[in-house]
Design a protein around this ligand. Structure first.
Ligand SMILES: Nc1ncnc2c1ncn2[C@@H]1O[C@H](COP(=O)(O)OP(=O)(O)OP(=O)(O)O)[C@@H](O)[C@H]1O
Ligand SMILES: [Mg+2]
Length: 218
């Protein structure tokens, strides 16, 4: 079966790109291809040598036989020690889970652990597949801000899949709108303002504009 067809996607090395498109159109497949996990495709994915890729999957995919601390530290960067772990765990609200097994966690907590694991690895490219669904709003909002901070500080190439147009506008500098599957690019929208300057009002304005310009796309 073809999940993606004739997809040409350019992302800036230091950019934050969001892929948005209908359910089943092939977004996860695209991320899997970019991550090198799906090799059953024809085409070309340019790679930088030794580029390290961090992935936050739709399901957390933690090692069930390892406690949370080990799940995060196993793939952590050499510079990421205990102090960094505690600071990040504090920020993500998962301090109390560090010595527990993934099977004891709610989905929301497990998701945050998966995000911590990806950040701790200090990747050059970060791929996120709907990382904030199933989290309550305040938590999701905190994590979005944290993601932006991590991205702005290190300028890693970030590609995130979401269904949420407001979230896309809030976080990204480029939105790639995909068609119904097999996914093709329907539109590429570069958000003109600086990420930091996008307040509620600006997000609302862009949201209205995009809904009007691309009816039925979101
Ligand atoms: N392992 C698989 N075997 C067969 N078909 C698959 C497999 N994985 C995905 N598909 C199909 O490929 C298409 C694209 O799937 P994909 O998971 O990439 O979509 P998606 O855009 O991520 O969807 P969602 O928004 O629901 O997460 C779908 O039609 C899906 O049913
Ligand atoms: Mg998916």
């Amino acid at each position: 079966m073809t999940a993606v067809r004739a997809l040409e996607l350019a992302v800036r090395k230091d950019g934050f790109t969001v892929l948005i498109g209908p359910s089943g159109c092939g977004k996860t497949t695209i991320l899997r291809i970019l991550a090198g996990l799906d090799e059953d495709f024809t085409g070309n994915v340019p790679r930088v040598d030794e580029q390290r890729i961090g992935v936050v999957f739709q399901e957390p995919r933690l090692l069930p036989w390892r406690i949370v601390r080990d799940n995060i530290m196993l793939t952590a960067d050499a510079e990421f020690g205990n102090a960094e772990l505690n600071a990040l765990a504090e920020e993500l609200g998962i301090i109390s889970t560090l010595d527990r097994f993934p099977g004891e966690l709610s989905l929301g907590l497990a998701r945050r652990v998966a995000i911590a694991r990806a950040f701790a690895a200090a990747p050059d490219m970060l791929l996120l597949d709907e990382p904030f669904v199933s989290l309550d709003n305040p938590t999701a909002e905190r994590l979005r801000r944290l993601l932006v901070r991590v991205w702005s500080a290190r300028r890693i190439t970030t590609i995130m899949v979401t269904h949420n147009l407001r979230e896309a506008i809030q976080l990204s500098d480029r939105i790639v709108v995909l068609t119904q599957g097999p996914a093709r690019v329907r539109a590429i929208i570069d958000i003109p303002t600086n990420q930091k300057d996008r307040n509620e009002e600006e997000i609302e304005r862009l949201h209205g504009e995009l809904m009007h310009t691309y009816p039925n796309a979101f």
